[in-house]
Ligand binder design. Structure first.
Ligand code: NAD
Ligand code: UD1
Length: 348
């Protein structure tokens, strides 16, 4: 199979690309590199060479909002008799805080970009799609774990764009239920890195998320970790989240391809998380235990828009995809630290 992977050089995309190629898929990455480095591609190519893997990796530098480019990609693939069998669509913007400042930019890239992609897929009769949705669409909640039928009420523009896209899938699927095969995967907190240490998370500027901030404290790029609140209504007062190893998350996409291949048509919304909730203090303690690093931290006030507790009910993914996350929090810390140690300044 040949897969078009948009956003394939980003944190999540690079791990999916590597896994797809290792399993014999050909991969065409489309990425604007607005939030990633071309070194990711070189590293994946080196990895393939070293392991003597023959799957084909091609890369197009471009924007999903460029209709002409999308059209060329699909028409070339037909001319060259290597059609695109399915699309995994991850290209987009993902910062909650940035989306509050630049909402229209988020609607433009995330929603318009996805609309362009769907229009092109329809034109070229490519009907299989896996999309990167987010747990952020569930918004504030008192009930955990969150299953897919949890109320949808995003509290920021980033989340709104994910909901708009999921609504587009509903309309599209209902318009012709014989054709489309769509899985919208709602990720919780993907963290860690590939065990090789070749690829990992390399946020531009200061990290907003806990895990990359913590590894940057450990390597000395940040002085101390700010813990956003120790007075939440949780077991130790700090916020609880669902951290899933990035390789487990990537495996979920492989399982999803198998699922799509087994169906004539479908539209599914599926949580991908570990199904477990860990507090910020637990993460710090486990990281120290797994790596031997000390993490200095200070308690700060709560961060705007945060919730006390958020973790996934993953029974649907287990049942439908036959997928289950395998990697422990210990492994997450070991692999995340291995990546950070080998790449103290990320890809640069
Ligand atoms: P990332 O920023 O590392 O990767 C996204 C990639 O898309 C980047 O390589 C970027 O250059 C590319 N891109 C951005 N705009 C583009 C455009 N207009 N055209 C082409 N390429 C473009 O982010 P990630 O963490 O790998 O996230 C991937 C997807 O998963 C995103 O859609 C994100 O919303 C979603 N998601 C991420 C998380 C998370 O915690 N990382 C959680 C839930 C959902
Ligand atoms: C955040 C986003 C969410 C998005 C996800 C993935 C917000 C409010 N939520 O989720 O919409 O889908 O990233 O991109 O931005 N924490 C600290 N110190 C830090 C960073 C975080 O204590 O320096 C705490 C937070 O308060 C939270 C936990 O660590 O309790 C995890 O935070 P984070 O990694 O940012 O993930 P989310 O808040 O789950």
């Amino acid at each position: 199979m040949r897969i078009l992977l948009t956003g394939g050089s980003g944190f999540i995309g690079s791990h999916i690309a590597l896994l797809l190629l290792e399993r014999g898929f050909d991969v065409l990455i489309l990425d604007s590199f607005i939030n990633s480095s071309y070194n990711v591609i070189y590293r994946i190519e080196n990895y393939l060479d070293n392991k003597k893997i023959n799957s084909k990796l091609e890369t197009v530098v471009g924007d999903i909002r460029n209709k002409k480019l999308l059209n060329n990609i699909f028409s070339d693939s037909i001319k060259e008799e290597k059609p695109i069998d399915a699309v995994i669509h991850l290209a987009g913007l993902k910062s909650v805080s940035d989306s509050l400042i630049n909402p229209l930019h988020y609607w433009d890239v995330n929603v318009l970009g996805t609309l362009n992609l769907l229009l092109t897929m329809k034109e070229f009769e490519c009907y299989s799609l896996i999309f990167s949705s987010s747990a952020t669409i569930y918004g504030l909640s008192d009930t955990v774990p969150m299953a897919e039928d949890h109320k949808i009420s995003p509290i920021n523009p980033y989340g709104q764009t994910k909901v708009a896209i999921e609504n587009m899938f509903h309309d599209l699927y209902n318009s012709n239920i014989n054709f489309w095969k769509i899985c919208s995967l709602r990720y919780f907190n993907p963290v860690g890195a590939h065990p090789s240490g070749l690829i990992g998370e390399d946020p531009i500027g200061n990290p907003n998320n806990l895990f990359p901030f913590l590894t940057q404290v450990a390597i000395g790029r940040q002085k101390l970790l700010k813990v956003f609140g120790d007075n939440w209504d949780t077991k130790d007062g700090s916020g609880i989240r669902d951290y899933i190893h990035i390789v487990d998350l990537a495996e979920g996409h492989l399982a999803c391809i198998d699922y799509l291949n087994s169906k004539d048509a479908c539209l599914e919304f599926i949580n991908l998380g570990s199904g477990k909730g860990y507090s910020v203090f637990q993460i710090i303690r486990q990281f120290e235990l797994s790596t031997g690093c000390q993490i200095p931290f200070s308690i700060q006030s709560r961060r705007d828009g945060d919730v006390a507790e958020c973790y996934a009910d993953i029974s649907k993914a287990r049942k439908l995809l036959g997928w289950t996350p395998l990697k422990s929090l210990d492994q997450i810390c070991i692999d995340g630290w291995n990546w950070q140690m080998k790449n103290p300044n990320g890809y640069s």
